[in-house]
Design a protein around this ligand. Structure first.
Ligand SMILES: *Cc1c(COP(=O)(O)O)cnc(C)c1O
Length: 420
């Protein structure tokens, strides 16, 4: 039955079906490496649950101030253990990855301090946090100085970094995922060189890593390379597709106490915050996250191999190293972009019958098309694809809680694009 459904996804195009078979065969060894990593990560997570004595009492709802909220605090302990940090804040009340990063930045930086962003251009939503001089409520509006180092041939520019560290910035920020930039993601190998380099030039600089989309992609997390604080979203990798909302910040207790004062308020910090819906999906989601990340990674590798075989330029290539779950595919024109995203939507479990259209979005100069047939609104560990309608017509595709869906969707997207 599977073959007939895949043939249907490929719009009865046998060339695509055959290309998919050979792409899948060519990816076997990469799939098996992804499965091996997921196995290691799964055992790491299981070990954390066992060692920290997770029990049903932790899944219970809490109300009001949430004093002595067992579930909330246990989630913090679990994330700290899995992220390899001393401490972690995990909250449904952190509205998104952007909010987690904003808490970290406002908590760590004071007026007069400097923030250095060392990995090219930050993710789009960070522009509004950084803001402009004199813009109320933003980092620069509070008198925090900001500088950013352009990448050199897609990698961090070490010479420029050494020069920039002479002013001893309070925070140096790195972004693991490629985000909406056409650059390779930072892999753990990169962090193992970069972070000691930063510390050797400026020992008191706090290294903050935007970990969004990177969790469980490799065998360790950025703190293993010396990152002081990492932050991310629970509707991406570490929520395992089940966390309904939320974010996390992990790092040393001293730094997290400062950040907690921004997350809630000075004086109450981490001690308050209840969740009346109960914590069960956060525990289940973290537990399953390595499996879900594995499925999405296999889907991304398959998509890269299939689209490359059909003549499209893709990044990363099927055999290139990956530090995040994002896959880009280069389309030739607007029509192909739209056809690709609409096909992805039509192979989603939710809203498959809906046809996404390009739309004007706040913060973007060009209309954007977004395919997202997700159970959790905006969740991008679930299969999603989006693209601004402008040259070079790049589609950003990520996620997928199960490989067969990504496989069918990628075949449908290939068929739709080739028909165009
Ligand atoms: C998604 C993402 C963010 C922001 O997260 P939201 O949950 O969308 O606010 C920041 N940085 C990177 C690299 C991301 O992928």
């Amino acid at each position: 039955m599977a073959q007939s459904i895949y043939l249907n996804a490929a719009k009865e195009n046998k060339t695509i079906l055959h290309a998919a078979d050979s792409a899948e065969n060519a990816c076997r060894s990469i799939f098996s490496a992804i499965e091996d990593r997921a196995e290691e990560n799964q055992l790491k997570v299981l070990e954390a649950f066992r060692a920290l004595r997770v029990s049903p009492a932790h899944f219970m709802p809490s109300y009001g101030y949430g004093y002595y909220d067992l579930g909330r605090d246990k989630l913090g302990e679990l994330f700290a253990r899995v992220m390899g940090t001393e401490d972690a804040l995990v909250r449904p009340g952190i509205a998104s990855g952007t909010h987690a990063l904003a808490c970290a930045l406002f908590g760590l930086l004071a007026p007069g301090d400097e923030l250095l962003f060392a990995s090219g251009q930050p993710y789009d939503t960070l522009f509004s946090i950084i803001g402009n001089k004199g813009e109320p409520g933003t980092l620069q509006g509070y008198g925090i100085r900001y500088s950013q180092l352009p990448l050199k041939q897609g990698s961090v520019d070490y010479t420029a970094l050494a020069a920039a560290l002479q002013t001893k910035p309070r925070v140096c920020m790195l972004q693991r995922s490629r985000g909406y930039c056409n650059r390779p993601s930072l892999c753990m190998g990169d962090f193992h060189k970069l972070i000691p380099f930063i510390k050797s030039h400026s020992p008191h600089t706090v290294v903050l890593v935007d970990n969004c989309y990177g969790e469980f992609v490799e065998l360790s997390e950025p703190a293993a390379a010396g990152a002081d604080v990492v932050a991310g979203s629970l509707i991406k990798n570490p929520g395992g597709g089940l966390a309904p909302t939320g974010g996390y910040i992990a790092g040393s207790s001293v730094l997290l106490n400062r950040i907690a004062a921004r997350m809630t308020s000075p004086g109450i910090g981490r001690e308050v915050g209840s969740y009346a819906a109960g914590y069960l999906p956060f525990f289940q989601g973290l537990y399953l996250a390595p499996q879900m990340v594995k499925e999405s990674m296999k889907g991304a590798v398959f998509t890269a191999a299939l689209l490359q075989a059909l003549g499209f330029s893709v990044s990363p290539g099927p055999k290139e190293p990956r530090g995040c779950i994002i896959q880009t595919v280069q389309m030739e024109n607007k029509e192909q972009l739209i056809a690709f995203c609409q096909a992805i939507q039509s192979w989603s479990p939710v809203d498959a019958y809906v046809t996404p259209e390009p739309w004007a979005m706040p913060g973007y100069a060009d209309p954007v098309i977004m395919a997202a047939g997700a159970f959790i609104q905006g969740a991008s560990l679930e299969l999603s694809a989006d693209a601004p309608l402008r040259a070079p017509y790049t589609v950003y595709m990520q996620g997928g809680l199960c490989y067969p869906q990504v496989k069918a969707a990628a075949m449908a997207a290939a068929a739709a694009v080739l028909e165009n």
